[in-house]
Ligand binder design. Structure first.
Ligand code: PHB
Length: 390
């Protein structure tokens, strides 16, 4: 009797292992080149999530397949996504740092029956390009509109805007300009610079000559933002009393050691600060620091990736590991949870993340490290840009 029972157990074990599948997730991001730290943050967020939640959903093993896309390159992005879907058989696509790379992949999703979970790319319109896009990062409308309110409250009257000339820059300029004008402020000039710009001195001269009390700026986080804030300081704008206002892309934590005391007091608005004070964030930061190796490299793309994995795990659970993009996306509409950044939810209509936006100030801790200190909260912000994008 005992023997029969044992062999029955063995048979069941055999069966279930025979049916246990691997669900593959293809993650595209900048893992080499000038933006490699941003890609490292995707991986740190994913590793942290899997370290804390396991690498299985139900019976299914989860396998992450990474592809390197060092800079904005839509044709290469599409080629990598196609290869991941066709050759690797991924059921989910995720990651995507730059907007043009995410945009290039949206036409593939419906035919491939694959959801795309965006962990960074932040132009509002991306989610409107396919019903299978879900975003766990932020948009520039979401982060920039509150800064216009802060500027007005703090007595800023005249602003010059300076943005990178592509999707998120254009969104950021529109969000700040629309909101600041509605608050009674004046925009004295608007500069759009090519994404490849790395000499900012001529722009700083134009800012100085504009007569503005403040410059509002957006560039994608990386060597670009570090160079811009340095140039602002080196060209004496701070000394001349022209305030620098920006979404948090310009003071990502991994840039703060290089900026040093010169960034102290700088105000930004953003969805996440590594210093966010909550038990969920403490657990996340500990796991993500372990995953990234060098704690000074931890930055915001890690939280977009961590929450992106949370959404993907829910999708896999809801579909029982079967490939059904519609069912997967439907399962996360309206989903709400406590993220390391604070309370969040996936909007049932837009599939974009609703979240708090924080006003932060660059500060120095007792141990000499720099951080973004949250000083005010704009609660439960949706994406005001989606109305404009339709
Ligand atoms: C984007 O290309 O959408 C993007 C990249 C980096 C950022 C923000 C937006 O910091």
């Amino acid at each position: 009797m005992k023997k029969i029972l044992l062999s029955a157990v063995a048979a069941v074990a055999l069966c279930s292992s025979a049916f246990a599948d691997t669900v593959k997730v293809g993650v595209v991001g900048p893992f080499s080149g000038p933006f490699a730290i941003q890609g490292k943050n995707f991986k740190a967020g994913i590793d942290a999530y899997m370290a804390l939640n396991g690498s299985k959903v139900g019976d299914d093993d989860i396998e992450i397949i990474y592809r390197d896309l060092p800079q904005a390159d839509p044709a290469q992005s599409k080629a990598l996504a196609q290869e991941l879907v066709v050759k690797e058989g991924v059921q989910y696509l995720a990651g995507f740092y730059f907007t043009p790379d995410a945009m290039a992949v949206t036409p593939l999703l419906e035919q491939a029956n694959v959801p795309l979970v965006i962990m960074n790319a932040a132009t509002s319109a991306i989610v409107t390009k396919s019903p299978y896009v879900v975003r766990t990062s932020f948009t520039l409308w979401q982060t920039s509109a509150p800064m216009a309110k802060v500027a007005k409250e703090r007595g800023v009257k005249k602003v010059i805007t300076v943005v990178s000339d592509y999707g998120p820059g254009v969104d950021s300029e529109a969000a700040f300009t629309t909101t600041f004008k509605a608050e009674g402020g004046e925009i004295v000039d608007s500069i759009r610079m090519p994404l490849s710009t790395n000499d900012f001195s001529p722009i700083m001269q134009r800012v100085k000559d504009s007569g503005a009390d403040a410059v509002f700026a957006f560039l994608p986080s990386g060597p670009t933002t570090l160079g811009f804030v340095k140039s602002y300081n080196d060209n004496g704008l701070k000394g001349a009393g022209i305030q620098l206002l920006a979404p948090g892309d310009l003071t990502q934590e991994s840039d703060l050691p290089a900026l040093g005391d010169s960034a102290l007091g700088m105000l930004t608005t953003f969805h996440y600060a590594i210093s966010h004070d909550s038990p969920e964030n403490k657990t996340f930061v500990e796991a993500a620091r372990k995953a990234i190796g060098n704690p000074a490299e931890l930055s915001f793309p890690s939280v977009g990736a961590y929450d992106g994995m949370h959404v993907i795990y829910k999708m896999i659970e809801a579909t029982g590991g079967e490939q059904n993009a519609q069912k997967a996306v439907d399962a996360v509409k309206g989903m709400a949870w406590e993220s390391p950044r604070g309370p969040v939810s996936i909007d049932g209509e837009t599939r974009h993340i609703t979240q708090n936006i924080y006003l932060r100030e660059v500060a120095k801790a007792d141990d000499g490290t720099y951080y973004n200190k949250e000083i005010a909260t704009f609660e439960k912000q949706g994406d005001p840009g989606l109305a404009a994008a339709k």
